[in-house]
Design a protein around this ligand. Structure first.
Ligand SMILES: O=C(O)CCC(=O)C(=O)O
Ligand SMILES: [Fe+2]
Length: 704
């Protein structure tokens, strides 16, 4: 409660008079707020406030009079609390709403300031946060008003907490007053000041939800019983419509998810399909529980046991999506492979003195295990192609060991499933099931299996150098010039080199593009096994190709060791030639040669090769007389040669293991062939070291 001082009462009266005169345009409540503020404020603030609000020029006298009165009464502001002898303010009871700019209303308004002794005037300032409505029209006349009028501050008034006159237009767009609703006709935002009723813009009736505006509800009094019944029926229908979705939604978990049999929404066919899938899923789940996926990270030295949960999720969630469990799990696996699986490891069967270092007696402690037993291999890296020769070698070895004996027929394709013991170089042991893709063309292994026999897969550079050195030391070769340009280097290939060549040819020969039995046509197989290096010689077309027609395999490359041997033997040939025939131009007889083709033939005991010319190399190569260099290893052979294609006229020379024959220059196009293989003529040390099959290995190097 604010009790007005004498000065305050005077100020209030004076301001109201000015309002009536039209000098200022405030309604009574604003005036009351203004006065109550001034009463609380110090004189200087009150002066400034009045000047700002009503204009100094307009009401100079009022401001001065008020301040004088304040001074006269000892400059005391009003106090909250019980009246202490001063006048109090009672909210005037008005017949008209005070609204800014309405002179008529102001003139008609009847505000009264009562003496405290006659009637206490009180402004209730405890409005709080709620909007306080001042009734637009008071039926009580002047002096008869209740004493419960609400005092408001100017701030409250400007904040919109006070509704001055219900229905009066307001532009606050519900920023100052509470939102009532939007006009459904023009969209106007109607605030609490304007309230329900005709829209102030378009005139349409604005009602909020559940409105009782103007007593609309229940205002239609039914005129008859039937109208009343119709009304009730209508209400029931409207109510039904409003709440129907809530009342009719059935959440039937039981039939939706659990009871396939009694599900009214499924056809018999669908029920059967779902039951089948459920059964499949159950079986898959049981199988999954039994299955343990162990991923072995040999490099990281970890064993990871992985639950195949991703697949489970897919199987479970897709049960209604159709497809078999296998299809669904395949799809799942396609999406997310097990990240721990070691993809494509390379398995190597090492041997003594190979790149993994010297072997240890104890396989458990071996860093590079060499004494591996059946089905044991060394894992080299994390990557391999299934058609990688390493895997072929491994499987060949295992297949042969399974048979535990000599295989005299062509090498058999590997078993598709094998169990393999793996050893990492950190002495980790594990078992692994793996699958190997079978080759299209059956490979031929030039070496027979031998229990415990190891073979080198990839000798180090050091081993190559050693082999070359020993070549120079061991060789006690003899050179013969058979014809101009035809030179025979007897036993030019050292023992080690011969072993090396056999092992490399074996390794390459059982891999893709390895040994096969070529044929000129449907019924005419050649009497030998052949493997092409560098380029593929096609017997049917008698031309060089990138891939071979029989299985589309690309020929392996020529090992660098072979190339260096060719270069070295050519140097030796030229040297020998120079000694033997000092007159000839050696580079014309034996021109420079860089082999890019090597045909590797293996003749079994019955093998042979008819008289022919090597004429499928380029014309340039042939015309230049670039030589063909031929290495012989294993059983000896009757080599026939001549300038005509007539066996009877051909000369014969025995080519033994280690012999190198060169024909180039003027003899580049001689006819030549293999008449026969001389049985059991291969050196015993070669068989012991390589287990080369009975027969002869021949390599002819050419430059296309
Ligand atoms: O085996 C041989 O010594 C000769 C091979 C041959 O002439 C050839 O492959 O073209
Ligand atoms: Fe030939």
């Amino acid at each position: 409660m604010i009790i007005l001082s004498g000065a305050g009462t005077w100020l209030q009266k004076s301001l109201l008079d000015e309002c009536r005169n039209g000098t200022i345009q405030f309604d009574a409540d604003v005036v009351n707020s203004l006065v109550s503020y001034c009463e609380r404020a110090p004189p200087s603030d009150a002066k400034e406030y009045l000047s700002n609000m009503i204009g100094e020029r307009n009401c100079e006298d009022i401001i001065a009079g008020y301040l004088q009165r304040r001074e006269a009464q000892g400059d005391r502001g009003v106090e909250d609390g019980p009246h202490n002898g001063m006048q109090i303010y009672v909210k005037p009871q008005t017949n008209e709403v005070w609204s800014a700019g309405s002179k008529r209303n102001m003139r008609n308004s009847q505000t009264r300031v009562l003496d405290s002794s006659s009637d206490s005037s009180v402004i209730d300032a405890s409005i709080g946060g709620e909007t306080t409505e001042i009734p637009p029209k008071s039926k009580s006349g002047p002096g008869k008003g209740k004493k419960t009028g609400k005092g408001i501050s100017l701030a409250e008034a400007t904040e919109g907490k006070i509704i001055m006159a219900r229905g009066a237009p307001c532009q606050c767009q519900a920023t100052r007053h509470k939102l009532v609703t939007n006009c459904l006709s023009c969209g106007r935002i109607v605030c609490a000041q304007e309230g329900e009723g005709p829209c102030n813009f378009c005139g349409a009736l604005v009602l909020k939800e559940g409105s009782t505006y103007a007593g609309l509800e229940g205002s239609i009094v039914p005129r008859s019983d039937s109208e009343a019944a119709a009304q009730a029926f209508k209400d029931r229908l409207v109510e039904y419509g409003r709440t129907s979705s809530q009342r009719t939604t059935v959440i039937d978990d039981q039939s939706d998810y659990f009871q396939v049999d009694e599900n009214a929404w499924l056809s018999e066919e669908e029920k059967r399909a779902i039951l089948k899938r459920q059964e499949e899923a159950q079986l898959a789940e049981e199988a999954r529980k039994k299955k343990v996926v162990v991923s072995i990270d040999l490099l990281g030295r970890k064993v990871v046991m992985a639950n195949d949960t991703e697949n489970d999720v897919c199987i479970n969630t897709s049960i209604l999506d159709g497809g078999t469990v296998a299809e669904r799990s395949t799809a799942a696996a396609r999406i997310k492979p097990n990240p721990y699986i070691l993809e494509n490891p390379v398995f190597v069967i090492p041997q003594q003195h190979n790149e993994f270092g010297p072997a240890s007696k104890s396989r458990r402690s071996a860093r590079g295990p060499s004494n591996l037993h059946r089905n044991e291999a060394f894992i080299k890296t994390g990557r391999v192609q299934h058609d990688d020769p390493f895997v072929y070698v491994l499987n060949t070895n295992m297949a042969e060991r399974d048979n535990e004996g000599m295989i005299n027929t062509a090498w058999k394709t590997p078993k598709t499933k094998e169990r393999l013991n793996l050893f990492s170089n950190e002495d980790t042991e594990c078992m692994l099931d793996f699958e190997v893709k079978e080759s299209e063309a059956s490979a031929f292994d030039i070496c027979a299996p031998q229990q415990g026999k190891k073979f080198s897969l990839s000798p180090s550079l050091l081993a190559e150098k050693q082999a070359q050195r020993s070549q120079r030391i061991e060789t006690s070769s003899a050179t013969s010039i058979l014809m101009p340009g035809v030179v025979l280097l007897k036993r030019w290939l050292s023992k080690d080199i011969q072993v090396e060549i056999v092992e490399r040819c074996r390794y390459l020969g059982i891999g893709p593009g390895g040994f096969y039995q070529p044929s000129y046509g449907a019924e005419s197989k050649m009497h030998l096994y052949m493997m092409c290096l560098g380029m593929q010689w096609e017997p049917t077309t008698k031309s060089y190709e990138k891939k071979r027609s029989v299985d589309d395999a690309s020929p392996p490359g020529i090992p660098p060791l072979f190339e260096s041997l060719v270069a070295q033997c050519l140097r030796d040939v030229r040297h020998a030639y120079a000694v033997e025939d000092s007159c000839s131009n050696i580079l014309e007889t034996i021109p420079e040669m860089h082999p890019n083709i090597c045909l590797v033939n293996f003749y079994e005991r019955s093998g042979k090769l008819g008289l022919h010319q090597d004429r499928d190399e380029s014309l340039e190569s042939r015309q230049q007389g670039i030589p063909v260099v031929s290495f012989s290893i294993g059983d000896s052979a009757e080599f026939i040669y001549g300038i005509e294609r007539d066996v009877d006229l051909a000369d014969t020379v025995i080519l033994e293991s280690g012999d190198v024959l060169i024909f180039g220059g003027p003899s580049r196009m001689i006819y030549h062939g293999i008449l026969s293989i001389l049985p059991q003529t291969a050196p015993s040390w070669l068989i012991e070291r390589t287990n080369l099959r009975p027969g002869r290995l021949n390599l002819t190097f050419r430059q296309f």
